[in-house]
Design a protein around this ligand. Structure first.
Ligand code: PGA
Length: 264
């Protein structure tokens, strides 16, 4: 089964609107030289305040479609109401998003997001016709205690609970070991592939083999232009969620270019 790779940039809480637009233009001017089938699926997740800014320029490159998709970095599971500071799936869609990242370890750690909340968000995103990028990952302590697989399997079972096989098949998972995020220390590619295979087997158990074959599972954690080829050469790694290296057009474009050398 061949799965179209995804290279996603998570800009986190960085860049003012003008800076976001400039960086987005820098990525757009690189991808315009390729046809959509040549490219991996490119997804950019700016801050909420820059969503409209980048969405407004995403489609005028003459490609006849979206070469760059836009993602929100979070959402609420309710459609509307008294939830100060939150945005709904419909609002993200209205701002041009096709994807929404949920369950990033920074949200779990600093904003106390639970597996149950992430499951509600995943359901709301799919019901709204968008695609969730569901993050999971272990701490260094959990890894050293030999708990990696157990912890990740339980995060995935909880996130996908009650979601139909068809919807699971469309979803995206990002395996991001917390100790590798923003540290410059990437997880060994073979080990990342092993964990991702384990995640695929959990998906098979909860949603069947079609969903397990179709779901795209990314690696995230200090991905750089110099690491992506080896990561993409692994059997089960379907792309990358990139933080730091997505904040410069040169490095992000090089990650896309190096991905195309291996698999698309
Ligand atoms: P990083 O971040 O590439 O800077 O490690 C990845 C992420 O948090 O998604």
């Amino acid at each position: 089964m061949s799965r179209k790779p995804i290279i996603a940039g998570n800009w986190k809480m960085n860049l003012l609107r003008s800076e976001a637009k400039e960086l987005f233009e820098g990525i757009k001017s690189f991808v315009k030289d390729y046809t959509a089938p040549q490219l991996p699926t490119v997804v950019i997740a700016p801050t909420f305040t820059s969503l409209c800014e980048v969405s407004s320029v995403k489609c005028d490159c003459g490609c006849g479609g979206n070469k760059i998709y836009v993602a929100a970095q979070n959402c609420h599971w309710e459609n509307s109401g008294a939830y100060t500071g939150e945005i709904s799936v419909a609002m993200a869609k209205d701002a041009g998003c096709d994807y929404i990242i949920i369950g990033h370890s920074e949200r779990r750690q600093y904003f106390s997001e639970t597996d149950e909340m992430i499951n509600k968000k995943a359901k709301a995103i799919l019901a709204g016709g968008l695609i969730p990028i569901i993050c999971c990952g272990e701490t260094l302590g959990q890894r050293e205690a030999g708990m990696t697989d157990e912890h990740i399997a339980s995060q995935i079972r909880a996130a996908l609970s009650g979601i139909s096989s068809e919807d699971v098949a469309k979803s995206v998972i990002a395996y991001e070991p917390i100790w590798a995020i923003g540290t410059g220390k990437t997880c060994d590619s073979a080990e990342a592939n092993r964990v991702i295979k384990m995640i695929r087997s959990v998906v098979e158990e909860v949603a069947g083999s079609n969903a397990a074959d179709s779901i795209r599972i990314l690696y995230g954690g200090s991905v750089k232009p110099s690491t992506i080829e080896e990561q993409m050469a692994q059997s089960d790694i379907d792309g990358a969620l990139v933080g730091g290296a997505s904040l410069k057009a040169d490095s992000f474009n090089e990650i896309i270019a190096n991905t195309m050398k291996v698999a698309v």
